[in-house]
Write a protein that binds this ligand. Structure first.
Ligand SMILES: [Zn+2]
Length: 238
């Protein structure tokens, strides 16, 4: 699937999960009541995390995000995870990286900012922010935007990042499962899951059905998230 589709699916999964994450009745002490700013930040983080599993592709667009830095990172991840669409495309990876990021965000905030910078940067590249054939300029633009995003989020309560990162990765895996090659969802078991309803990357189904449906879903849920908040404050005022 295309990076753009992955990012959209991540944002949609996040917006759909927001009402669940806030309910103590459902998830007990892990429940987080989210402000509109947090919901927006979560959408950005989840969209970026929905690109993350593809850091196992050393020659892809993602690998070029920050020049040699990301190229080397992707090469190593590819080697360690056993190649493209292996370990990073699994439930275990999603949980592991979600726990790691949650730990950093709550205990080692500078390291978390660095990771956030990387996640937003990869996300921007994944949705197609690059100038054809102009690598240094693309990396610089990406860098600047990622820095702005980190700055905007730096004093926000990020106790929800574990959910956002995990959801983003799972949305990616689910998306790739819809293609003929599938994913080893239950890695380290080798068995691959595939429900090939999207026969070709960037094909007609992805362009004309999957992307519009995802975009529409995001629009509806985003309006609901914001209006939900506005109506509650309006009602409690009276
Ligand atoms: Zn993938």
């Amino acid at each position: 699937m295309m990076g753009r589709t992955h990012a959209l699916s991540g944002a949609l999964a996040w917006l759909a999960a927001v009402p669940v994450i806030a309910q103590e009745r459902l998830i007990g002490e892990f429940a987080v009541d989210l402000s509109v700013e947090q919901i927006a930040a979560g959408a950005v983080v989840t969209a970026g995390a929905a690109i993350l599993p593809d850091i196992d592709h050393h020659n892809g667009r993602i690998a070029n995000t920050f020049g040699p830095i990301t190229k080397h990172m992707c090469k190593w991840v590819c080697k360690l995870s056993g190649g493209h669409r292996q370990a990073t495309h699994s439930i275990l990876f999603a949980i592991g990286i979600a726990l790691a990021m949650d730990l950093l965000a709550t205990h080692v905030v500078y390291a978390w900012w660095a990771c956030l910078f990387m996640i937003v940067g990869l996300g921007l590249r994944g949705v197609g922010l690059d100038f054809e054939g102009k690598e240094p300029q693309s990396a610089l633009a990406d860098c600047a935007l990622a820095l702005i995003a980190v700055w905007l989020m730096h004093d926000l309560d990020m106790s929800f990042v574990g959910f956002a990162i995990g959801l983003g990765c799972l949305a990616h895996v689910a998306g790739d499962c819809l293609t003929p090659r599938g994913c080893p969802v239950f890695w380290p078991m080798k068995w691959r899951t595939s429900v090939p309803v999207i026969p070709r990357t960037d094909g007609k189904v992805e362009r004309w059905i999957v992307m519009p449906v995802l975009s529409l879903g995001i629009a509806i849920l985003a309006v609901r998230s914001v209006l939900g908040d506005v109506t509650t404050t309006w009602l409690t005022k009276g």
